[in-house]
Design a protein around this ligand. Structure first.
Ligand SMILES: *Cc1c(COP(=O)(O)O)cnc(C)c1O
Length: 381
């Protein structure tokens, strides 16, 4: 356990008003990108995935920080995410759109300087027709399905392209990519099988950059790196190597303010549904955070908050705007109205919160709500 002192509320009007404060450490974020880059050889480019609002921390600020750190290539999921990101980044960095073409929206790509990831033969042909129409080969990526069965060209469509390379004329192929299904489990047979399938496809394709590795795959070894890696979740502090020490720095800290503290006695119950009954004298702190802020209701009677180094378990149901914590063992002077409690923090990082909620760090991060006072630190360095 790290030595954590209970932090004082930042002295700004927003912080004084706020029920909860989300602190985003952009230095840690940049450090994580460099940690990913350091895993790969010189000549391998490290891109960054900033879809879903930068996994909840804010896509614009996240991407700007990485651009300043030297990142040149970004991936988002939707065209609108791409349009917004182009506005935030200005001209220069490449922005690729995972979810591919949307019928009738082809024009938005060149207009905002975005690159579609083409996910089916239909999309390839539509892009080719569009490029032919505008009289210019426009950049695009080709996504090959090597086992995810989600997006990407399945093998029969891939075979059609191999049999008739004309499908790829009149367009400018930037990257060929594929996505792994279980890269976080190092010895899972899918990793080697997908790698072999990807290599086989590449051997039949015209020259283009290849991209295969998400966060965890970066840690699977150099054969998974190819030309461009696509880390997402690791940048935000989630452990890409489950079961081993987390090589990533924590990026988010979520602190909720204590609104009330009360002492209750048996047989009184706590919260909706009366799911917790005091076992003797209990001190209960009510904090200003709820499932509407992305603190999962699955953490009812299961979550664990920290006040400094002191544990404060969630008791009773998580409600929309409030959570009740058992602070019986926390010194009273650390547990007063207006003080802050770590709901995600040094002692309870995203991965731990996810485990308690029965989900993954990805979901905890991307569920983070919009009511917090957001504080970005570490921008100047
Ligand atoms: C989200 C996503 C990534 C990033 O994955 P992480 O596991 O978050 O590193 C990479 N590639 C594709 C196709 C994705 O959808």
């Amino acid at each position: 356990m790290s030595d954590v002192t209970a932090p004082a509320t930042p002295n700004t009007p927003e912080a004084r008003r706020a029920g909860a404060i989300l602190t985003i450490d952009l230095d840690a974020f940049k450090t994580n990108w460099r940690t990913c880059a350091a895993q790969t050889a010189d000549g391998v480019e490290t891109a960054a995935v900033v879809k879903a609002g930068g996994y909840g921390i804010g896509a614009d600020r996240a991407a700007q920080a990485l651009r300043d750190a030297g990142c040149k290539t970004f991936f988002v999921a939707t065209i609108d995410e791409g349009i917004q990101l182009r506005e935030a980044l200005g001209i220069g960095p490449a922005i690729h759109i995972f979810n591919g073409l949307m019928d009738g929206a082809e024009r938005d790509y060149p207009h905002h300087d975005l690159i579609p990831v083409l996910n089916s033969l239909g999309e390839v042909d539509a892009w080719r027709a569009f490029c032919t129409g505008v009289g210019e080969p426009l950049p695009c990526d080709l996504h090959i399905d090597t086992g995810m069965s989600r997006l990407g060209l399945p093998s029969d469509e891939m075979q059609k392209i191999i049999d008739n390379p004309d499908h790829l004329t009149h367009l400018k192929l930037d990257m060929i990519l594929s996505h792994l299904t279980v890269s976080e489990i190092t010895d899972h047979p899918n990793n080697a099988e997908q790698l072999a399938a990807f290599r086989d496809v590449l051997s039949h394709m015209p020259p283009a950059r290849a991209s295969f590795a998400n966060s965890s795959a970066i840690f699977l070894g150099p054969e998974f790196h190819f030309d461009v890696t696509r880390p997402g979740v690791a940048l935000y502090g989630v452990n890409p190597t489950p079961g081993q020490l987390n090589p990533m720095a924590q990026v988010v800290r979520l602190q909720a303010k204590i609104l009330q503290v009360r002492t209750i006695d048996t047989p009184q119950t706590v919260g909706y549904g009366a799911t917790h009954t005091a076992q003797g004298l209990e001190r209960i702190a009510t904090v200003a955070l709820g499932y509407a802020d992305g603190y999962s209701r699955d953490l009812s009677n299961a979550g664990l908050a920290y006040i400094g180094n002191h544990k404060a378990p969630v008791v009773g149901r998580v409600s929309m705007d409030l959570i009740t914590l058992d602070v019986s063992t926390v010194p009273e002077d650390l547990c007063r109205v207006g003080m802050l409690v770590d709901m995600i923090g040094p002692n309870n990082p995203v991965d731990d919160v996810a485990k308690r909620a029965g989900t993954i760090g990805y979901e905890i991060l991307t569920s983070l709500g919009s009511r917090f006072h957001r504080v970005y630190v570490g921008e100047e360095t």
